[in-house]
Design a protein. Structure first.
Length: 278
């Protein structure tokens, strides 16, 4: 039965998240080449401030010298996804689906369409009309209105043998000032926005709830039965989460999570599979 494993990486440096998804991508691709069934995985995280530029991007879309980025605490990476330059940072939900598209009999164009559709459905929960813009992957608001078109979710993907990595970046409470350092996604005449900006208030926990529900619905429509996680930081073994002892120093192999996580996931209908004490 088709399924994927969900990983919440929390707030994490871009390079470390890239290592995680690259390892998952290589493992899934190797399994496919060898005729084995690999694991589809979905990574969610936030990043520290970072700019990334895809393989077709132009360095001229970075509007300040790289040395000034260092002074501002912003990292910069050339990466192997499609698309141009974009920003990731706190307040933005970044999703990295490492999927074998053959599992769901999808082509790459169909897959990107499904990513966009998932975000469009999520925005509709908040009364926001997300739309597509021809020739520009991602989700936009008022895409056909001159000087008002603004992107709320960027999408950039790498695919090999229909195994994917990279994914989407959805602006929730993102500090949009960082986008002034670049021509976002290579556009000089279009803006960026966030859920906070569109709704006029900082968004909270309900955002995560709605996004998880959207992911669950997307999975159900494709025959998936379960989401498993959290998994370990340095391997793919079950890791779990803290339920008490938040003021204690954790062991090296133990992930930290905020105290509200267990209660939130229980309210969402997830059940505890096992428990242990360290």
């Amino acid at each position: 039965m088709s399924h994927f494993i969900y990983h919440d990486l929390g707030r994490i440096e871009y390079e470390k998240a890239l290592e995680r998804q690259t390892a998952a991508f290589n493992a899934l691709l190797e399994a496919k080449v060898q005729g084995r069934t690999g694991e589809n995985r979905l990574f969610f995280c936030e990043h520290q401030p970072v700019l990334t530029i895809g393989k077709s991007g132009k360095d001229t879309n970075l509007l300040i010298p790289e040395e000034l980025l260092v002074q501002r605490g912003v990292s910069f990476y050339h990466i192997n996804r499609g698309g141009d330059i974009t920003y990731h940072g706190p307040g933005q939900i970044t999703g990295y689906p490492v999927f074998d598209l053959d599992t769901w009999k999808l082509g790459l164009k169909q897959y990107i369409d499904r990513l966009e559709e998932t975000i469009i459905r999520f925005l509709a929960i908040y009364g926001i009309k997300g739309e597509r813009l021809a020739g520009a992957a991602g989700v936009w608001i008022d895409p056909g209105v001159p000087r008002k078109a603004r992107k709320i979710c960027a999408i950039g993907v790498k695919s090999s043998r229909f195994v994917t990595m990279h994914g989407f970046a959805l602006n929730i409470n993102t500090n949009l000032d960082y986008f002034s350092l670049i021509n976002p996604c290579g556009f000089k005449d279009k803006g960026v926005t966030s859920l906070e900006k569109e709704l006029g208030a900082e968004q909270d926990f309900e955002v995560a709830k709605a996004l998880i529900e959207t992911v669950e619905q997307w999975g159900r429509e494709r025959g998936m039965e379960a989401i498993h996680g959290p998994l370990g930081f340095t391997d793919f073994d079950p890791e779990g989460m803290l339920i008490y002892g938040f003021d204690e120093v954790s062991t090296i192999a133990c992930l930290y999570n905020h105290p509200y996580y267990p209660e939130f996931l229980t309210r969402m209908g997830f059940r505890k599979d096992a428990e242990w004490v360290e």
